[in-house]
Design a protein around this ligand. Structure first.
Ligand code: NAD
Length: 321
């Protein structure tokens, strides 16, 4: 494997685990952070770390952006990301050769395309795709065990602007013995949210069961253990795109919701939402079947194109509509 010169922009939990993990594979890694205490700490561990962005940019050809994307009023705050990308891009103006920017921070779908790439092009005066590549590469590590988790991934997701960007990043990850999933930028961004929302939903689901059980004197620990032992559990929930049905699922969902509603003991909100989503997908699928039947009868004169770039254009210029 060819070794790479890597710059880590933001050397906190994700940045330091990423940098240390990639250094272990033989790459040259420079850590950058605006927080001097982080840099001193990394230096004490014998790592190459600095608060001088210019030197990191000069010595690296692959950059991992690992800055915070915090919550602000229940929305993502991209302020830190925007300023980090702008500063990095200004320094990159002088870079003579092709380089790769990898966004590792969690950002909502379309952010890399609609916000980050325009900032890179504006401040670097370079063209993504020609002068540099861009990838979004979500990190699935846990805060409690970042370094070990980074080194032992169960899958690596590479969201790529173009094939060349993805090829460069994949080279770096080849020593990892796990599946590498290559996709477009927004799909990769969404994988991280789906993963975290799934965990959040699972916990809230059992909390709802717990609240229901508590009201009628049932030990929810026994319930959880029994559900966890279900041998169908692993495969069954991964289906999607169609509603659940059959003899039991709709009937039993209705019955337990009705029971708690009737006695006004606990409002099973999540179960009601589950039912609503099921009804919505049913309606949508029925409408799609109807429209495909119509389309077969009356084929459209011209195909509409809703590819990536078309969407980027539209979502970027809402005032056109
Ligand atoms: N912590 C996790 O378990 C975890 C897991 C997966 C993904 N993420 C995501 O990764 C991103 C980073 O999270 P984290 O937990 O490593 O955050 P962190 O706060 O531990 O580290 C971020 C670092 O960025 C530095 N920084 C801030 N502004 C900067 C700038 N302009 N230039 C350079 N450095 C700057 C900070 O000083 C800090 O050291 C977030 O988007 C987070 O959601 C976190």
């Amino acid at each position: 494997m060819k070794t790479a010169n890597i710059g880590i922009i933001g050397s906190g939990i994700v940045g330091s685990a990423t940098g240390k993990g990639l250094k272990d594979l033989g790459n040259n890694v420079s850590f950058y952070d605006i927080d001097i205490s982080k840099i001193e700490d990394l230096k004490k561990q014998g790592l190459q770390a600095t608060t001088d962005l210019e030197s990191v940019v000069k010595n690296s050809e692959i950059f991992f952006i690992c800055v915070p994307t915090p919550d602000n009023n229940r929305k993502i705050d991209l302020g830190i990301m925007e300023s980090a990308v702008s500063e990095l891009s200004k320094e990159c103006r002088k870079k003579p050769d092709y380089f790769l920017l990898v966004v590792k921070s969690t950002v909502i779908p379309t952010t890399t395309e609609n916000i980050i790439i325009p900032l890179i092009e504006k401040y670097s005066n370079k063209k993504v795709g020609n002068d540099l590549g861009v990838c979004f590469n979500p990190e699935f590590l846990r805060e409690s065990n970042p370094y070990e988790d980074f080194k032992n991934p169960d899958r690596i997701v590479i969201g790529e602007y173009d094939k060349k960007s993805g090829d460069v990043l994949e080279q770096l990850y080849l020593p990892f013995k796990c599946p590498i999933i290559r996709t477009n930028l927004r799909t990769a961004e969404m994988t991280k949210y789906a993963n975290n929302c799934f965990y959040a939903t699972k916990i809230s689901f059992f909390n709802e069961i717990h609240l229901m059980c508590k009201e009628i004197g049932i030990d929810s620990n026994i319930i959880r253990k029994v559900v966890q032992m279900d041998k169908f559990y692993k495969n069954h929930p991964w289906e999607h795109g169609h509603s659940f049905g059959g003899k039991c699922l709709p009937k039993d969902l209705n019955a337990i919701i009705a029971f708690f509603d009737q006695y006004n003991i606990h409002d099973p909100m999540l179960l009601k939402a589950v039912r609503k989503v099921n009804e919505d997908i049913c309606t949508l699928n029925a409408a799609e079947v109807e429209s495909s039947q119509q389309a077969a009868l009356h084929p459209p004169e011209k195909e509409l194109f809703f590819g990536n770039h078309d969407f980027v254009y539209k979502s970027h210029r809402a005032e056109d509509y």
